[in-house]
Design a protein around this ligand. Structure first.
Ligand code: SDX
Length: 431
């Protein structure tokens, strides 16, 4: 189609030039185009929303050029070092870190909601044992909307907060049951007195015939992994939850939609895809071949765990994940782990290659997370389910912020129509 440039009439230029600019606390300002169509008859065109702010938010900020990630203003590095996941959940939901009393109350509240309705456990038996855990998770979390619907008035802040508490409290149990169901082992009930990460690992990895003996280093590692994955601005799955929620839909159904989106290999499914890719590469001698495939425009293969829509520098979470890798592998005497060494060699080679340097492609959060999770004994197909467990707090915090936003409107993008012009139906005899 021939290139076409719009030349606005003077009046239109005057109108368009009057579009207001809105400044944020941090990051790029935005041109408020809400009146553009009314003023000019033009839509904007931005598939993938590479230059479009879909909302204003106070929750998370990313500076992609400088590799900065803030949750409610706090750098991810400090939160990962000084807080635990439930503290970060409190921060994302309430905007401030809790004091001692607030944390004690929050932990107690969460512990009261860790059980799931016994009938919810029956949804698992409808799946084949080898069903992908993300397929099961979409179904079971969506089913929560059947158990908590009539009592959830999304316009009521208390009901929204209760929905958030229930989701945060129940997700470890629901995710762990996905794994237990696939193994044929019985579900393990949560224990209210255990910490969040320990409770999850006990339900995931525990054996009902033995006492679960936690390793504090490994429990801390999984807790940090949850912190690193908790929220990330308006990524694809969060935008899915927001769009679903903009119609007033049940929050659990909206989160189920977010889980479905996260499953994709371009998004949260990348952590599983990284491990599969490293297994396929097998040996450092094969790295050049795979790097060449990643650079070949005729080959759909991409280096999984590399690149990011926003980070054009090293993903700060990837740095923290690599550090966690070292800690876990050292603790488990796996510092010669072949896959970890292969991953570090692949990173070294890619970061020296002009193709990756020119495109600012760096390892992202998914590049090392799979290696840590596998070292913790978590099966590869459960990696994205763990991501969903962590991201649930981000999804529900963003959903709550959207519903309480006075500017809330149902999300309804427009389009550039390139189909056939209007025409009349002819009788079938003459088609
Ligand atoms: C997550 O959005 C978020 O915040 C997501 C996330 C979160 O916490 O929610 O951070 C989690 O999803 C991390 C990303 C995990 N995905 C992967 O690791 C899959 C591999 N990465 C790519 O598919 C890709 O980098 C994306 C999807 C992550 C980003 O794609 P973009 O922003 O649409 O970038 P692009 O496709 O326009 O790529 C720009 C260029 C292209 O080359 P040219 O056409 O300019 O020549 O870079 C190339 C791409 O071909 N490129 C890659 C590549 N990623 C981008 N080439 C080889 N391997 C890659 N991984």
């Amino acid at each position: 189609m021939a290139e076409k440039h719009v030349s606005l009439t003077e009046d239109e230029q005057h109108k368009v030039s009057k579009l207001p600019v809105m400044d944020g606390t941090l990051g790029p300002s935005v041109v408020d185009i809400r009146s553009l169509y009314a003023q000019t008859g033009y839509f904007t065109y931005d598939p993938g929303f590479t230059s479009t702010a879909s909302c204003s938010s106070k929750i998370t900020f990313i500076d992609g050029d400088n590799g900065v990630l803030l949750y409610r203003g706090y750098p991810i590095e400090q939160l990962a070092e000084k807080c635990d996941f439930l503290e970060v959940c409190y921060l994302l939901l309430n905007g401030e870190l809790p004091n001692g009393a607030e944390m004690k109350e929050f932990v107690t509240t969460i512990s009261k909601h860790v059980m799931v309705h016994e009938q919810l456990t029956r949804f698992y038996s409808g799946f084949r044992r080898d069903a992908h855990p993300m397929a099961v998770l979409v179904g079971v979390v969506g089913a929560l909307s059947a158990f908590y619907h009539d009592g959830t008035d999304v316009t009521c802040r208390e009901d929204r907060y209760t929905a958030a508490i229930r989701l945060i409290a129940k997700m470890p149990n629901i995710v762990a049951m996905c794994h237990k169901y696939s193994t044929g082992m019985p579900f393990i009930y949560p224990k209210r007195k255990l910490g969040y990460a320990e409770n999850f690992m006990r339900m995931m990895m525990g054996d009902p015939c033995d006492e679960y003996i936690p390793n504090p280093i490994l429990i801390r590692a999984i807790d940090r992994i949850l912190i690193l994955h908790a929220d990330h601005e308006q990524n694809a799955s969060t935008s899915t939850v927001r769009l679903a929620g903009s119609s007033g839909a049940n929050p659990y159904a909206c989160v189920a939609a977010g889980i479905a989106c996260l499953w994709g290999a371009a998004h949260g499914g990348a952590n599983e895809a990284v491990l599969n890719m490293l297994e396929e590469i097998g040996d450092a001698s094969n790295i050049p071949e795979y790097v060449a495939k990643a650079k070949d425009k005729n080959d759909p293969f991409r280096l999984m765990g590399f690149g990011h829509r926003v980070y054009k520098n090293y993903d700060p979470r990837a740095k923290l994940m690599r550090q966690t890798c070292h800690e876990v592998l050292d603790e488990l005497n796996l510092h010669n782990d072949r896959t970890f060494k292969l991953a570090m060699e692949l990173e070294r080679i890619a970061l020296e290659d002009p193709y990756f340097v020119e495109r600012k492609l760096y390892p992202n959060v998914d590049f090392y997370s799979g290696i840590v999770l596998r070292a913790l004994g978590i099966p590869t197909e459960m990696f994205t389910a763990i991501f969903a467990l962590a991201r649930s707090v981000g999804w529900i915090a963003q959903w709550d912020e959207m519903i309480s936003d006075p500017e809330l409107k149902i999300g309804r993008p427009r389009q550039l129509y390139r189909g056939v012009p209007q025409r009349d139906v002819q009788p079938i005899s003459s088609r």
